[in-house]
Every structure is written in structure tokens, then in C-alpha cells.
Design a protein around this ligand. Structure first.
Ligand code: ZN
Ligand code: ZN
Length: 361
């Protein structure tokens, strides 16, 4: 019976996915107990044995119980519980509306909500969280291709938790229908199914706010062996508010953060493309990336900096914002302003990569 109902759910989507692609993604959207479900119209509740109830707008509480999940007003049911909007209505979890289905499971006595949604519709709720949707359409299309590539590449990332991706910044920020806007939807629809390939496989994609004049490769930021695309000289991001920055760090601050005595020496080791690979303070080595985290990545905006000694401290004189790998968003904005297409933008920042439809191979 359970299997039968799940296959009903799957067919439901195959029938109604009219985008030509019916790949689905499962997003972990909330872990909490109780969970509050409502809708912006009619929504229906199903359990493994089928229909439980139909509601209009009003909220119901789901609470974990020894024998399953209490569905407020209906009783106790075995998980998973599925919430589906009727017609043009969408179910809501807390204050957010979602396309697709909301599935509620019990994980270690706590409730876990998963949004199962067509990948294209998932992207509608991602783009605005990752880039300013007032920017040129070609820039937004480039971002859409990257977000889609990341989604396909991440299918199964959190399999052990029962979903593909979470909705936070460690994956891609996703806020359902609340984060959609017309331009984001347009950018997704105009690039339907298009992803970035490197040779025969999906490219590992990265993007950041501002490279500061030159992008870098994954190896010089995170170590390891991945060195697929080379760094490129980016002449496009000087309009970014973070193209150049300065930060003063006092010796007191440094010694307390690093748990060392009086600062007696500071030296930097640079990567071949000019970023701080390691910073050595009183003989203690810290990776550039770790150094950013230690003092705050919104303060030490990148590893593209040099150091000047000042009274009782140092001044970091830096460029760019973010890790510097892959697409530079402020550069991509300017390329869009200049009339480059999204394919031009992507091949500029990902040399050797190619935009293709996911089903082409
Ligand atoms: Zn995540
Ligand atoms: Zn740039």
C-alpha cells in the first residue's frame, strides 16, 4: 500500500510537470516539532494509506507521537505525511509557500519537512537569494545555469538525511515561492534544462561577489587537487562596492584571536595568482581561508590582500569580496551591461566549459 501511494505521488508529478523536464529535487526545509502547515487556498493531507483530509487556508499542527505523527484534528498517522495544494493553491510551512509537495517525516523523534519539487521550480525560489534580480537578464541567466548545474550535481548530497539539499547557504539558499520574482522565473525558463559541462561531466561550479581583478582556482583556496579551470583576469568588476577595501587589526585583537602572546612577526605566503595562501604569525601558520573565518568573512572580505604595518596593529589592503573562484558576480553584471550573452559570461569565467542541456548526453 505504501509503495502504491508513493508511485501515485510520482505519477502525479509526471502528469502535471508540463515543463518538459520532470526531474525532482528534495529539499530539507525545516526540522522542528511541532510543525505548522497551512495554505493559501485548499490543500490536502495524505498519509501512506491515502487521503486524510482537505483544508482551506487554516493552519494545522503536526506533532511527533510514539506511534507516528499527530495530524491536528485528524488523529495519529504513520509517516510520511504529504501536503499537496489543490489547483492553483500552495501549501505553506511556517510562513513560506512552496510549489510541489511538502513531506513530513519523523527523524529521531523530531519532525522533518521536505519539499519535493521540480528542479526548474526549485530554481525559481533560489535566484533572488543568490543575485540581485534587477541586474541584466543575461547575468541572471548565467546565474540560473550555475544554480541548476549545482542542483543536478548535488542530487543525493544529503541522502542519509532523506533529502538532496538543505535550503541554507551551505547548499543554495532557497525560500520557495516567497523568493520568486518575474525576472528570476524568466531567467530560469529561458535556460530550461541548461547546465555547465566540463568535458563529459557536470562542471563543479563556484561563484562569488567580486574577484577584485583576477579569479582564482579551487585548489589555491581550499587545497586539494581540483584545479579544473585556471584563474582569469577580470576587467569587469571595478564597479563593485567591494572592489577594494581596508581593514585595521590591532595586535591585541590578533593575539587574543590566535591565543598567542605579543605579536612579534607577521608574514604572508602568496599563491601564484596573488592571494594569501598562508599567514604566519609568531611562527604559527594559518591558511588564508581560515584567517578570513577567524576575523569574519564580512570583514576580511577576500584573501586578495597585502599587509602594511601600522601603530599597534596591521592594515589589510584588499581587493574583492568572496573566495574568488569561478564566476565573479559583479563582473558578470558588467558583462551583461556590455551586451555579452550568458554563454559568453559563463565561458569567460569557466574556460573550457560548455553550456548544454542536461539530457543531451
Ligand atoms: Zn546544506
Ligand atoms: Zn571580477
Amino acid at each position: 500500500m505504501k509503495g502504491l501511494f508513493l508511485s501515485f505521488i510520482i505519477h502525479y508529478f509526471l502528469l502535471f510537470a508540463n515543463l518538459g523536464f520532470s526531474f525532482e529535487i528534495r529539499i530539507g526545509i525545516e526540522t522542528s516539532d511541532p510543525l505548522q502547515i497551512s495554505g493559501d487556498g485548499y490543500f490536502e493531507i495524505y498519509g501512506p494509506d491515502g487521503f486524510i483530509g482537505r483544508r482551506f487556508n487554516s493552519g494545522i499542527n503536526l506533532v511527533s507521537h510514539n506511534n507516528g505523527i499527530i495530524v491536528g484534528g485528524y488523529g495519529v498517522f504513520s509517516p510520511p505525511i504529504f501536503i499537496i495544494g489543490v489547483g492553483e493553491s500552495y501549501p505553506k510551512l511556517s510562513k513560506r509557500r512552496y510549489r510541489g509537495t511538502i513531506e513530513i517525516n519523523k527523524k529521531q523523534e523530531i519532525l522533518q519537512a521536505i519539499n519535493t519539487v521540480d528542479i526548474e521550480e526549485y530554481l525559481y525560489g533560489v535566484i533572488k537569494m543568490e543575485i540581485n534580480t534587477k541586474w541584466p537578464m543575461e547575468t541572471l541567466k548565467a546565474q540560473a545555469v550555475l544554480a541548476r548545474t549545482f542542483a543536478y550535481q548535488s542530487l543525493g548530497k544529503y541522502n542519509k538525511r532523506g533529502y538532496d539539499l538543505c535550503d541554507e547557504v551551505c547548499c543554495q539558499v532557497y525560500r520557495g515561492i516567497n523568493a520568486e520574482d518575474e525576472r528570476a522565473i524568466f531567467a530560469v525558463n529561458k535556460t530550461t534544462g541548461e547546465v555547465l559541462y566540463y568535458n563529459k561531466s557536470l562542471a563543479n561550479i563556484y561563484y562569488h561577489s567580486t574577484c577584485g581583478g583576477k579569479t582564482t582556482n579551487p585548489k589555491s583556496v581550499w587545497g586539494g587537487r581540483e584545479n579544473l579551470f585556471s584563474s582569469v583576469v577580470c576587467p569587469y568588476c571595478s564597479g563593485s562596492p567591494n572592489y577594494s577595501w581596508k581593514l585595521y587589526l590591532s595586535f591585541d585583537d590578533i593575539s587574543s584571536k590566535l591565543n598567542i602572546g605579543n605579536v612579534s612577526s607577521i608574514n604572508c605566503i602568496y599563491t601564484s595568482d596573488g592571494r594569501v595562501a598562508k599567514i604566519i604569525i609568531n611562527g604559527k601558520r594559518i591558511f588564508g581561508n581560515e584567517f578570513r573565518k577567524l576575523f569574519g568573512t564580512t570583514k576580511v572580505k577576500s584573501t586578495l590582500f597585502r599587509i602594511e604595518e601600522k601603530k599597534n596593529g596591521i592594515m589589510l589592503i584588499g581587493k574583492g569580496y568572496g573566495h574568488g573562484v569561478g564566476l565573479c558576480q559583479w563582473g558578470a553584471k558588467k558583462m551583461g551591461d556590455f551586451g555579452f550573452t550568458y554563454k559568453d559570461i559563463l565561458s569567460f569565467y569557466f574556460p573550457g566549459c560548455e553550456v548544454k542541456r542536461i539530457l543531451e548526453d
